[in-house]
Write a protein that binds this ligand. Structure first.
Ligand SMILES: [Zn+2]
Length: 302
């Protein structure tokens, strides 16, 4: 499969990429367009920017669904522009550096030297406009909503709603064709966030990886996320064994293992057993307060 466009609603596009089965987004208004995520490297971003220029020559703004490298390492191809995200610039740069090293090493191990080099030399472009809660962005003739959700798939998830077209760009909160990734996720909170973002019943849901799908597909995945949270809780409470959870879950053994590990990492350790309290010694007598009693003998004759 080569990279291709899917028009999910009038002037709302999903860009399907071969690499990581990723799905980027494009919403076109009358005055400008919104680019949703930019790909794994400067080269991927350049290819995406070129593809967008075949659709529109309007100025663009960029939105990051979260700070995982495949969603924002391509932004240098978009030049100076507004870049919206929930996380702040310092967080993006710090985590971006870590991920760049880790993924370049991973690609190198897989024998993909050129891809490793591309990631290693991609210039990181941190967001310059922070979203807290939700904001409406007027693209001219249509307003999109950038909405903070979670923590769920990450601690800085953002979804993009296109209300006039009934389209939701869900980032990696939902994945089609592969299980959602629990690395760095919040298994207990995730289902609530998924329910919340579906509460306006979008017609089309565009996941961060895999094909766009409808509301009912998204709803079924939200239900699976809830089942994962329930399994994690029941293992934590000792009602189920880890083996049972690994054998009977909606997303497969690897994701269940990641979810269980993540729950353990997020659970504060039990308090240290207190050092045995020393037996109280023989009780001390209460303090004695001595009042001086003074006898006055006032001679009134003087
Ligand atoms: Zn992700």
């Amino acid at each position: 499969m080569s990279d291709r466009w899917i028009e999910v609603a009038p002037r709302v596009w999903a860009r399907r990429l071969k690499e990581l089965d990723q799905t980027l987004g494009l919403v076109i208004g009358d005055d400008c367009c919104l680019v949703i995520d930019t790909g794994i490297s400067a080269e991927a971003g350049f290819e995406y920017a070129t593809a967008i220029r075949e659709k529109t020559d309007l100025p663009w703004q960029v939105a990051y669904t979260h700070d995982h490298f495949d969603h924002w390492f391509g932004t240098s191809a978009f030049g100076e522009s507004a870049v919206w995200a929930v996380g702040d610039g310092a967080q993006y740069i710090g985590r971006g550096d870590e991920q760049r090293t880790a993924w370049a090493a991973r690609y190198r191990r897989e024998g993909r030297e050129e891809d490793a080099r591309r990631i290693a030399r991609s210039k990181l472009v941190p967001p310059n406009c922070q979203v807290k809660g939700a904001i409406g962005l007027n693209l001219g003739g249509r307003t999109v909503v950038l909405r903070q959700v979670g923590p769920a798939h990450s601690d800085n998830d953002m979804v993009i709603e296109v209300p006039d077209a009934g389209v939701l760009f869900a980032g990696d909160l939902l994945e089609n064709g592969a299980a959602p990734s629990y690395d760095g996720a919040f298994p207990y909170e995730w289902p609530q966030a998924a329910e919340y973002l579906l509460s306006w019943k979008p017609k089309v849901v565009v996941p961060g990886h895999g094909d766009p799908a409808d509301y009912w597909w998204a709803r079924a995945q939200a239900r699976d996320l809830a089942e994962m949270a329930r399994l994690c809780a029941e293992v934590a409470q000792g009602f189920l064994s880890e083996e049972e959870a690994l054998a009977h879950n909606p997303f497969g053994e690897a994701q269940m293992r990641a979810a269980l590990d993540r729950c353990k990492a997020l659970t504060p350790p039990p308090p240290e057993p207190q050092a045995a309290v020393a037996e109280p010694g023989p009780s001390l007598p209460p303090p004695v307060i001595v009042y001086d009693v003074l006898d006055y003998d006032i001679d009134m004759r003087r």
